[in-house]
Design a protein around this ligand. Structure first.
Ligand code: MG
Length: 449
């Protein structure tokens, strides 16, 4: 059984994710991490407290003392782990609906565990953990300062003076998640005027679902449109992502925001890491500055694993991320951080408007198609047709996760869905016809099988 997906353990509480299971994962993680102290935090979900109790018991049973931080964004727990040099467990289901919860494991360096260490935890799950004698069972204590220390660390890491002098009004939509307790204060401390919506922490998420996408951000867009806000910022449930709304109330596509941040951050010879569905916007930015684009399988764990490996090879990776608002600035920390990402976007607003920034990376067209299959045989036939097409094409082929063909000005990707019996085809180009044509040619190849 694969317990850790591309972003930790996730499931519907009391169906896939029970307190008993959380306890077992925590006990296994406790023995792998080998620490005598572990920090535990959660987002605002209704089921969070129950799961924190279970996780704390699992950790204590293998001899770890537990620092309970309460409700803190995932990057806030990571800041705590980094400062204290202790590993951590985050109880969160990030952007998933309210019925879900999950666990993320953080190392004593503040970074999510890479794939190989998660595999070790999974192996331990099959056997009983080495529980300690009664007198060595861990104790627990409450830590009330994690959110304040996180804000202080953020303030020290961004260009406070530039942002303060820009006299910005920022509209925040933490979506009732953990960012509700940190982002409004942080942006005020940066010298911004702050407006907010959905800013009460509430694990039932009455105002909107935790995922910040066009359909859930109507309130924020109206707030920006009807006020003098320069920028709208929305987080997911654990505030490691930031999605932006420009000053006119239009959503800034996640891919455009990532491209704009990358354009400001990258120098020649640098590497930018993204997933195999990376936008042509990012391809064009990397090309224009002379940086390399390194693609991984989809999911933040894969990006983190690749960044750390590139860093060990001596490469500089100043920025990485996906088009869903999850951006990493590895010189700051190899982790996604919604508040930090939003502050870095504010730095770009010193001499430009948000709509102006987005416009520089606008005008790309995306095409998405899917083809269903009935059985494993049909799936295999389709995949070998894709392979034959890809090998013969006059384009750069990347087989990290499916088949991605880069034509320089455009790309097409075919990959099997992880959840449905379909092959998905994506294409992107500056002209709609070009994207449609690339997708159609890939679909023809698949259907001919
Ligand atoms: Mg998240």
């Amino acid at each position: 059984m694969k317990v850790f997906g591309s972003s930790g353990v996730r499931g519907v509480v009391n169906e896939e994710l029970t307190p008993g299971f959380a306890l077992r994962v925590a006990a296994a993680a406790g023995t792998v991490l080998g620490a005598d102290r572990v920090a535990v935090a959660r987002d605002t979900r209704h089921t969070g407290e129950m799961l924190v109790d279970a996780v704390s018991s699992g950790l204590a049973s293998v001899g770890a003392d537990v620092d309970r931080l309460g409700i803190v964004p995932t990057p806030g727990l990571q800041a705590y782990c980094e400062r204290e040099g202790v590993p951590g467990v985050m109880v969160t289901a990030s952007h998933n609906p309210p019925a879900y919860n999950g666990l993320k494991l953080i190392g004593g360096d503040g970074i999510e565990l890479t794939r190989d260490r998660l595999d070790t935890v999974e192996e331990r799950l099959d056997s009983d953990p080495e529980r300690v004698d009664w007198h060595r069972v861990g104790t627990r204590r409450r830590v009330e300062t994690a959110r304040r220390h996180y804000r202080e660390q953020l303030l020290a890491a961004v260009d406070r003076e530039a942002i303060g002098s820009a006299d910005l009004t920022v509209a925040l939509d933490p979506g009732h998640g953990a960012g509700a307790l940190t982002s409004p204060e942080f942006f005020r401390e940066l010298g911004c005027s702050v407006l907010s919506v959905n800013a009460q922490p509430d694990g039932r998420f009455p105002g909107r679902d935790p995922e910040p996408v066009a359909e859930t951000l109507g309130d924020l867009r109206r707030l920006v449109e009807t006020s003098d806000a320069d920028l709208g910022v929305a987080h997911d449930g654990d505030a490691d992502r930031a999605i932006f709304v420009d000053e006119t109330g239009s959503l800034v596509e996640g891919d455009a925001a990532l491209a704009a941040l990358a354009a400001a951050e990258l120098d020649a010879g640098d590497v930018v890491v993204s997933a195999v569905n990376a936008s042509q916007r990012l391809v064009d930015v990397a090309e224009s500055v002379g940086a390399d684009l390194h693609l991984t399988a989809i999911g933040s764990t894969n990006l983190i694993t690749a960044i750390r490996s590139l860093q060990r090879e001596g490469r500089h990776v100043p920025i990485a991320g996906e088009g869903n608002g999850g951006v990493m600035f590895p010189d700051y920390r190899v982790s996604r951080d919604g508040a930090y990402t939003a502050a870095r976007f504010c730095e770009l607003l010193v001499d430009r408007s948000a709509s102006g920034i987005a416009a520089a990376h606008d005008g790309y067209h995306n095409v998405r198609r899917k083809v269903g299959y009935d059985d494993a045989e049909e799936r295999a036939a389709m995949l070998s047709a894709v392979e034959a097409f890809a090998t013969a094409a006059d384009a750069e082929l990347d087989t990290t996760d499916g088949y991605r063909l880069d034509y320089g000005d455009a790309w097409v990707l075919a990959r099997p869905s992880g959840t449905e019996p379909v092959l998905r085809v994506y294409a992107e180009a500056r002209e709609r016809e070009r994207a449609e044509d690339l997708a159609a040619r890939m679909l023809d190849a698949i259907e001919s099988a």
